[in-house]
Ligand binder design. Structure first.
Ligand code: 13P
Length: 245
């Protein structure tokens, strides 16, 4: 049985007043049949973890440094996220690959740090629009997956998120056939490494209105959601759709 996960990524959004959304989400899903995770700005993780205690909502970070500690101003170590109450962390999001010039080698090193600290590493990969239009989507994803997924990854410590860069925050989504093609391909690549049971999330403009058809794709095990994870009203229907799939 693969993990089924509805994950939110608040990105650089949210202050203490936003934490009531987590409580509303927890109240709407007291005993979900899928895992529910919200990845928060670092400033909110400890408070959110306290407020989510006893609920079914897990708390995660959005990035970690590859090193355990040291002279890295502004960065956060995986062990610090654990200390603040996180159980997972996103690594290799396309916004970090672009804004911070992170390579797949950096991402693999961060994933190792996360896994060593006891966090689930949510490793993101995805093609740009130019790459899709050039017909290189699957080879780009192969390179990113091979470069970002470290040895030692397993279904307990790793989740893959397929997030086409052009679908993030744009309201555009691939067709169901395109999602199916990519997820099937990624499953085969994971299977070739003996890792077929690692969950693969889809991310990019997931909403309550399109979640059910995306979750009906066999190799989609959940979603990584940006904008529609910011309020309980928007995220709750996505959790419900995953439970029903
Ligand atoms: P949106 O759901 O806002 O498109 O963002 C997706 C994403 O980047 C999640 O990590």
């Amino acid at each position: 049985m693969r993990k089924r996960l509805a994950a939110g990524n608040w990105k650089m959004n949210g202050t203490s007043g936003s934490l009531s959304e987590l409580e509303a989400l927890a109240a709407a899903h007291p005993a979900p049949s899928v895992e529910v995770l919200i990845c928060l700005p670092a400033t909110l993780i400890e408070r959110a973890s306290r407020r989510a205690e006893g609920s079914a909502i897990a708390i995660g970070g959005q990035d970690c440094h590859a090193a355990a500690s040291g002279a890295h101003t502004g960065d956060i170590a995986a062990t610090m996220l654990v200390d603040a109450g996180a159980s997972a962390v996103i690594v290799g999001h396309s916004e970090r690959r672009t804004d911070h010039a992170e390579t797949s080698a950096h991402v693999a090193a961060k994933a190792i740090a996360a896994q060593s600290a006891g966090l689930t590493a949510i490793i993101c990969i995805g093609e740009t629009l130019q790459e899709r239009e050039a017909g290189t989507t699957l080879s780009v994803l192969d390179d990113q997956l091979a470069g970002s997924l470290p040895d030692g990854a397993d279904a307990g410590n790793t989740v893959i998120a397929y997030e086409p860069v052009w679908a993030i925050g744009t309201g555009l989504t691939p067709t169901i056939d395109q999602i199916d093609e990519v997820h099937r391909h990624l499953r085969a690549r994971l299977a070739a490494r003996g890792l077929a049971d690692i969950a693969i999330l889809y991310g990019g403009s997931v909403k309550g209105s399109n979640a059910a058809e995306i979750f009906a794709v066999e190799d989609v095990d959940g979603a990584l959601v940006g904008g529609a994870s910011l309020t309980a009203a928007d995220f709750s229907p996505i959790v419900t759709a995953l439970e029903a799939s």
